[in-house]
Design a protein around this ligand. Structure first.
Ligand SMILES: Nc1ncnc2c1ncn2[C@@H]1O[C@H](COP(=O)(O)OP(=O)(O)OP(=O)(O)O)[C@@H](O)[C@H]1O
Ligand SMILES: [Mg+2]
Length: 247
């Protein structure tokens, strides 16, 4: 078995208002693996990702990046974030910066690269997401799908050990979803280690090596992508049929 990159162990999160959003979640992500997290709204998917990236602190439990615990006061948050890429539903690009400069920003300020070095890396990753023709555009002049591909390039540029995606296509018009899914699929084929929260069940089935199904803050079922065709638990069966009814 390949090396474990990320290990989530008995994670709990109780928000200030008392909501126990995550209740003992554990799973591992191996080198080169794509893990999809699925589950209904409010099941705690984003909370898990936000804990991993240290946007919020878990109430209990451990998060290990290559065997080193990262949710401790002594672990450097900026270092953790430079090793774990994150792509959100809303792209969060800087509107006043051109595409190229959105991608080079972290390289120059976090990695300390010169402008020339940063530009070289940025052009390489923008090529991988098929955005080379728009390097001089401002985000306001891009489609949602293009913005999301720039956000993916920005994450890739930092050469993270793992990238977390939180519903990367849910803010997009239907006709723009395909290009973003295609980009993520390409990264999976290249062996990028990824955790993808998605409500695109077909995409999860086709691209993910493993699926984690969350319900009420817990992992209710976990297994190879075939579990969406042959769910074992009643909870996953119910969830899948509720999605089918929506379509
Ligand atoms: N900042 C917060 N303060 C208090 N409660 C929160 C906060 N963020 C989320 N919650 C609650 O925690 C629970 C889990 O939320 P979370 O955003 O992790 O779910 P999710 O699975 O990502 O849902 P969705 O599919 O709608 O994005 C929900 O009940 C939510 O209302
Ligand atoms: Mg969410």
């Amino acid at each position: 078995m390949s090396q474990v990159v990320l290990s989530i162990r008995d994670l709990h999160k109780i928000y200030a208002g008392g909501v126990h959003a995550v209740r003992g979640v554990s799973f591992d992500v191996h080198e080169g693996e794509s893990v999809a997290i699925i589950g209904s709204s409010g099941s705690g998917k984003s909370t898990v990702l936000r804990c991993i990236n240290r946007l919020i602190e878990p109430t209990e439990g451990a998060i290990l990046l290559r065997d080193e615990q990262i949710n401790t006061p002594s672990a450097d948050v900026n270092e953790v974030r430079s090793r774990i890429g994150m792509v959100f539903q809303s792209f969060e690009l800087f509107a006043h910066l051109k595409v190229l400069d959105n991608v080079t920003l972290g390289l120059r300020h976090v990695r300390g690269m010169s402008k020339e070095e940063a530009n070289e890396v940025a052009l390489e990753v923008l090529g991988r997401v098929d955005m080379l023709e728009r390097v001089d555009a401002y985000p306001g002049n891009l489609s949602g799908g293009q913005k999301q591909r720039v956000a993916i390039a920005r994450a890739l540029a930092m050469k993270p050990e793992v990238i977390l995606f939180d519903e990367p296509t849910s803010a997009l018009d239907p006709e723009l979803i395909g290009s973003v899914l295609q980009t993520i699929r390409g990264l999976a084929d290249e062996g990028m280690t990824m955790v993808i929260v998605t409500h695109e069940i077909n995409f999860a089935r086709d691209v993910a090596d493993r699926i984690v199904y969350m319900d009420h803050g817990q992992v209710a079922e976990e297994g190879p992508s075939s579990i969406v065709n042959e769910p074992k638990s009643d909870r996953l069966k119910k969830f899948l049929s509720s999605i089918n009814e929506e379509h």
